[in-house]
Write a new protein. Structure first.
Length: 165
């Protein structure tokens, strides 16, 4: 088919093929939570699923950016002992439950949510429990609807400090 092409030609073709195969995985690696990044390194074809989902985001999604998600988390936890500090995008399996480990050190549990959409925002927050400030998963927010799929307040002990007025 290409009888007179040299080594440089085939090297360029190989590099282009590798880049086309890996580019979506690199994008997914960049935009998802650190806890999921290894999945895209070890299974780069998942990047294509991520890319397709990202391109098909519903136009009426409420939390399209991390800024929108963090503002919603701060609104959700206003006047509560939880202070949202960070949001990270999670890419979950279509139509399947997503399980995650959460809770303060020494009292971690596993919860499961079933989101309607493949993107969810994981909200990390600070809370003071028994005089010790702890960072934990405070909420999971649905990307499309903005609904709280999980809220840590239902699991906080009574000794949780209230916010300073």
């Amino acid at each position: 088919m290409f009888p007179h092409k040299g080594r440089l030609f085939w090297s360029v073709i190989a590099i282009v093929v590798v880049l086309v195969a890996l580019l979506p995985a690199l994008a997914a690696y960049r935009y998802t939570a650190p806890s999921q990044r290894n999945d895209f390194v070890t299974h780069p074809w998942r990047g294509w699923s991520f890319l397709w989902t990202a391109l098909a985001v519903p136009a009426d999604s409420r939390l399209k950016t991390s800024g929108q998600a963090l503002r919603e988390a701060k609104r959700l936890f206003r006047d509560s002992p939880v202070e949202p500090v960070e949001v990270q995008l999670l890419f979950v399996a279509k139509g399947k439950p997503y399980s995650f480990v959460h809770g303060p050190p020494g009292a971690t549990t596993t919860s499961t949510v079933t989101p309607d959409y493949r993107f969810i925002w994981q909200v990390t927050g600070h809370v003071t429990i028994d005089g010790t400030e702890t960072t934990l998963v405070a909420a999971l927010l649905d990307y499309a609807s903005g609904a709280a799929l999980y809220d840590v307040r239902s699991e906080l002990p009574a000794s949780t400090a209230s916010p300073v007025p």
